[in-house]
Design a protein. Sequence first.
Lengths: 211, 371
Amino acid sequence: MLLAIDTSAGTSVAVVDLARGVIAERGEADTMRHAEIVGPFILQCLQEADIAPADLSGVVGGMGPGPFTGLRVGIASARVFALGAGTPLVPVISHDAIAYGHYRRGHTGPLVVVTDARRREIYWSAYSEADAAGLPARVGPPGLAKPAELDDATWLHARWPRLDAATVSAGELGMVAELTHAHQRPFAANEPLYLRSPDVTLSNGPKRVSR
Amino acid sequence: MTTLNRTDPLVLGIETSCDETGIGIVRGTALLSNTIASSMDEHARYGGVVPEIAARAHLDELVPAIHAAVAEAGIRLQDLDAIAVTCGPGLSGALMVGVGAAKALAVALDKPIYAVNHLVGHVGADLLHSNTDTSNTDTKPLEYPTIALLVSGGHTSLLLVRDLVSDVELLGETIDDAAGEAFDKVARLLSLPYPGGPQIDRVAASGNPKAIRFPRGLSQPKDMAAHRYDFSFSGLKTSVARFVEQRQDSGEPVPISDVAASFREAVVDILLTKALAACADYNVPRLLLGGGVIANARLRQVATERTDAAGVVLRIPPLSLCTDNGAMIAALGAQLIMAGHEASTLEFGADSTLPVGQIQVSGLAQSLGGP
Ligand SMILES: [Zn+2]
């Protein structure tokens, strides 16, 4: 059984199992309350699944891409929960969970997943299909773009079906992890996908105060 | 959850309000570990703390810092009685990393969590003593009430502490820059590197503190009515800038040592004048210093002289406990537990402007089902 945590969009927490599927899940689309609700959600999911942290075989962390402040809350929670429970951290790219869910609900063939990156930009990932294991085959990176760039006919995935998502399901994130493990595929790197440098401007030295 | 050990609780404290990732472990008032990972070097080229860089560093440093603290303390995480975490005031994005992590740790270990105030934590640092340190055993414990002057790059506050866990009153605070920020900005005016405090201290050593009379903010009679215990450093900074520009414009060399010494003297003077005024006004013959700016040698020296002259007992925690750290947060958590306070519920958030009077955030006010 895995505990899965994702705060790349709203906040979502779940307990999943390869055989039993999603056992418990809590979600909140509000993007301003990650730090408040992540703790209660973890506790509620464990209680509903009726398990102790020691029963978990891993903690899945959604690595984004996602807006920094919120994204970090989930990754910090996943990493530290794994440390406290003495179980491994399993990093998964959040877009893969969105694609996995869409394929499971019947989509076939190419797919571009798009999420809000704020500041009039978007995050995107491109998938060619769901493979035999049901895992989405990512063929284009999680990237950062202006909306117009994806509409440009010369873009590599220009005419592919597009899915704009406002939430990420930790249940689906967890199932991607279960399937990835079961089919011995590599996990993502344990690194947040900010895809943007911190906003800082180097000053040109102190401004004059006297005229 | 078993009954909470309220005699000498083993508490892990998490502090991420600014640019230090602090993990501290205490048993009651005994300090077992004070692990700090600082992102200060990453901020140097920007001349000040960049919030996003600080928050990213917290995420990178948290797990290694917890490992290091647990190893140093010689405990297992399962042995802990509780988790304490800074929930404010501080940089919002930075605080949220610690808050999220602390809640996850509390649930993973099935331990109670105490969400505490960073500023009150600075006062709590004074209660800690090292397990092996025998030289300190004849030091008297912190007595109440006490005036506390907390000075760092993020805050400049004057508190009246009647009781650490139940009665802390904000007397005054900076209305613009924090004192540490003023040191950084003046260092830049003098082309000295970041952080400014140690640099100003270094060049001021050979300067004359009386060479230039820089203004003492909010000390005129007209200001004293509304801002008796408040601080202002932006006028002082502007006045230093004007002095430096005048010298440059007239082609004269800038007497860097004298400027640094005179600026430092103005900061030290206004800080201690107001702190000692509070001691006198409230008839409290005790002054506690805290915050990173306490590392300033001149501030400690003048504080010693003036408190001696005023018959005020001065307390300064070890410098490693004056800068932001997790041990002070653990210490405050332990005090709350020993005083019988209930744990916070898991619903609390990060509050960048948490008032100092709010020593612990219960979490109930922000409960999920609430308005
Ligand atoms: Zn501080």
